[in-house]
Design a protein around this ligand. Structure first.
Ligand code: BG6
Length: 282
């Protein structure tokens, strides 16, 4: 079942339920802010202090960073681009079977987007809600000139506690550390003892977020970079829409095209970034 829900302030989202899962997707940003297969607690973390306000990104779920990841060359432009605060359209929906619902949300260039980024485009997010969650973010260049994008499906995952989790699958990758602005080599699993803000590169394998009772597996296509982020104590206290202890129950593993994994897209050509997320109970 797909229901359009509206909060008192006018904020609209789609409530999707089937025999395998429950999900919620805001029309602003095509932002998935809840996903729970019926055999598991929610996979996505959502800040208890999150604002559901028009023009402000939700803190949690899967913000879409596009057409740039992080800061643009022009520091006056919004961090992580404008897609996450733009209003998208539901362009298709289908209940494939009792266990599977598919939806497509679309964003096109507009007068306001052209002021921020001077290209005509179509961006679509195809979502498959079942016992797994699949997101396909397709960028089509509708302009006469080529353009280049960096982007991320900025997934916030719900965890039992930051001291109980580790990340497998990035053990042989190099990463750019956004805190020191230097390049390092990862050796072994990632554990968290401090702020982590890294762009892993040259990724060829699936990524596993291992918690006490469950493991979340992330498989990406059309991407060879992933961001791993936890703000830790001080940055968390400074962050908007985040309680002081929120860093303990979240970690971001973002399916990305960042740094040298940026994508140049020629006129009338497309690029698709795909993330496939599943949970297994341990
Ligand atoms: C991550 C970045 O992707 O997003 C962090 O690596 C940043 O540096 C975080 O703090 C959250 O960004 P924002 O714009 O949602 O506060």
């Amino acid at each position: 079942m797909i229901n359009l829900q509206k909060l008192k302030n006018g904020f609209e989202y789609l409530d999707i339920s089937n025999k395998s899962a429950h999900a919620k997707i805001a029309l602003q940003g095509a932002h998935i802010f809840h996903y729970a297969p019926h055999n598991s607690n929610p996979l996505l973390w959502l800040s208890q202090a999150s604002d559901f306000e028009l023009g402000k990104a939700i803190r949690g779920g899967v913000p879409i960073c596009w057409p740039w990841f992080g800061m643009s060359e022009n520091p006056e432009l919004p961090q992580h681009g404008f897609a996450r605060t733009s209003m998208w359209q539901l362009s298709a929906s289908s209940e494939i079977d009792a266990h599977t619902t598919e939806l497509t949300l679309t964003l096109k260039h507009s007068k306001s987007s052209l002021k921020l980024w001077p290209y005509r485009f179509e961006l679509s997010l195809h979502v498959r809600v079942s016992d797994t969650l699949t997101m396909e973010l397709k960028t089509t260049n509708l302009d006469e000139k080529p353009f280049k994008i960096t982007q991320a499906l900025h997934s916030y995952f719900q965890i039992s506690d930051i001291s109980h989790v580790h990340i497998e699958g990035l053990g042989k990758s190099s990463y750019f550390d956004a805190l020191t602005q230097e390049q390092y080599q990862q050796n072994g699993d990632i554990e968290f003892y401090q702020e982590v803000d890294r762009i892993y590169q040259g990724i060829k394998h699936e990524i596993r977020l291992v918690d006490i009772k469950r493991q979340i597996v992330i498989k990406n296509e059309g991407s060879s970079s992933a961001v791993v982020w936890n703000p830790w104590i001080e940055k968390c206290a400074r962050m908007s829409a985040m309680n002081n202890d929120a860093y303990r129950t979240m970690v971001c593993i973002e399916s990305a095209n960042a740094l040298e994994d940026a994508k140049a897209i020629a006129p009338l050509q497309s690029h698709t970034l795909k993330a496939y997320i599943e949970v297994t109970n341990l």
